[in-house]
Design a binder for this molecule. Structure first.
Ligand code: SF4
Ligand code: SF4
Length: 435
């Protein structure tokens, strides 16, 4: 690790070489898939299928109630019912169980009559009906960024992928370079914007070459390199780096909409081919796997099935540490029975290390490097004292759980976990107060 300078500017050991140049392995769909009825933190779904129903790839299975988002079947086969299973969120959640008939019958999730002549409203409607969500990890419904916005100048396509180990966006951009630009072009249309910038990290000549070549076909889409620092891929840092501007709540306040690169690819495939997000590229990496690599896999496929297909764990008894996502912002998971979901970009498996944290040195490194300008060490102390008033006063709600304070801590204290706990304590107290 080398600390370069200033807040939020740390160069991490990326470990990207473990996967970035290997071909994407397409994983056969298993005999049974479990489609999670979970999107971000939402679990409120109307289910449109019942036990015994025949479904195709692209059949609408359910719709989120409070905020319209449809989800579609990743396989053809027979619905077996709804089952509560452990989800990556570490909670038991409803999953639609589908027995795969391996016939791969398809229907279009949404049909666009003329993809080359769509109005702004047509594109927004397609984004909504295809169930496009942020594939960079958020799962936020994409159409909500486009409905009723005004004065948008630029679509910023985020292909930075700054977390260690993650290369799923990198390889997906290379594989689907035409769809990436096509999706960006539709996003420009949806926002009535003037142009798009596709941002990637510096020192990726293979990808940059492809981007520059494809950009020759567009007069309003420009590839751009940004410094290799963590957390450059986080929206606020990326916008600050490219536009030299700050915003309060949303980048739209300064005329920018940010979307992940894989989301742009999914949008193009949706509009051109009627495909919903029923498969995705996921990075399986970390020193706990025999053969780290990127896989193209159906939503609802169990993680242990995929691990077996790519060669298994270093230790046969899986005595490792599993993270849904990357090691900085991902969440640790108890075991490998949970399934891949739409905004799941990586599974990181690390060998267990017995690290004993030391007492806090009060060195201030965590405060110095927090990209949200918070004081993690003080929040940690407030959490230890269960002091909700102080937790609130320290603006803990603004923490984005980027993992930087843990990473930087010389005493190896899990500072981020403590800050996240404080945040939940505060939210719980606020909910109780408002009830
Ligand atoms: S996890 Fe939260 S408190 Fe820690 S550095 Fe990131 S934003 Fe700051
Ligand atoms: S970086 Fe670690 S040791 Fe330093 S002040 Fe923060 S919590 Fe304490």
């Amino acid at each position: 690790m080398s600390i370069l300078s200033g807040k939020g500017k740390v160069k991490l050991d990326g470990q990207k070489g473990l996967t970035k140049d290997k071909p994407i392995l397409t994983i056969d769909t298993p005999d049974v898939v479990y489609v999670p009825l979970v999107l971000g933190v939402a679990t409120d779904f109307d289910v449109h299928v019942k036990e015994g129903d025949h479904v195709c790839i692209g059949t609408k299975l359910a719709t989120r109630k409070s905020m319209y988002v449809p989800i579609y079947s990743p396989v053809s086969g027979t619905v077996k019912g709804i089952e509560k299973r452990m989800h990556a969120s570490k909670r038991l959640q409803n999953h639609i169980v589908i027995e795969n008939d391996h016939q791969d019958e398809k229907v279009k999730a949404y049909e666009v009559a003329d993809p080359d002549h769509m109005s702004q409203e047509d594109v927004i409607k397609a984004i909504k009906e295809l169930g496009i969500v942020g594939l960079g990890g958020s799962g936020f419904p994409t159409y909500l960024k486009y409905e009723n916005v005004q004065n948008i100048e630029t679509i910023l396509i985020n292909g930075v992928e700054c977390e260690p180990f993650l290369t799923s966006d990198h390889v997906a951009m290379k594989r689907d370079i035409k769809a990436l630009f096509d999706g960006a072009h539709y996003m420009i249309k949806a926002a009535g914007a003037k142009k798009a910038i596709i941002a990637i990290k510096e020192h990726k000549p293979d990808l940059m070459e492809l981007l520059v070549e494809e950009a020759k076909n567009y007069d309003n889409i420009e590839p751009r390199e940004v410094p290799d620092r963590y957390p450059m891929g986080w929206e606020r840092v990326l916008v600050r780096t490219i536009f030299k501007k700050e915003y309060d709540r949303l980048p739209a306040e300064i005329g920018v909409i940010v979307n992940n690169s894989s989301t742009a690819i999914a949008l193009s495939k949706g509009i051109r081919n009627g495909e919903a997000i029923t498969r995705r590229v996921v990075t399986f990496s970390g020193n706990g796997l025999k053969n780290p690599q990127n896989v193209d896999v159906a939503i609802g496929t169990p993680v242990n099935y995929i691990v077996e297909k790519i060669g298994g764990y270093i230790d046969d008894d899986c005595d490792g540490f599993l993270v849904g996502g990357g090691p900085m912002m991902g969440k640790s998971v108890m075991n490998d029975t949970f399934v891949i979901y739409s905004h799941n970009n990586a599974i990181t498996v690390m060998k267990k290390e017995n690290i004993q944290p030391l007492p806090c040195l009060k060195c201030g490194e965590c405060t110095l490097h927090c990209p949200m300008h918070l004081q993690p060490v003080r929040i940690m102390q407030a959490e230890k004292a269960a002091n909700v008033e102080l937790i609130e006063k320290l603006d803990t709600g603004r923490c984005v759980e980027c993992g930087m304070c843990t990473y930087i801590c010389p005493s190896k204290i899990e500072v981020t976990d403590m800050v996240a706990k404080a945040k939940r304590r505060m939210q719980l107290a606020q909910r109780k107060k408002n009830a």
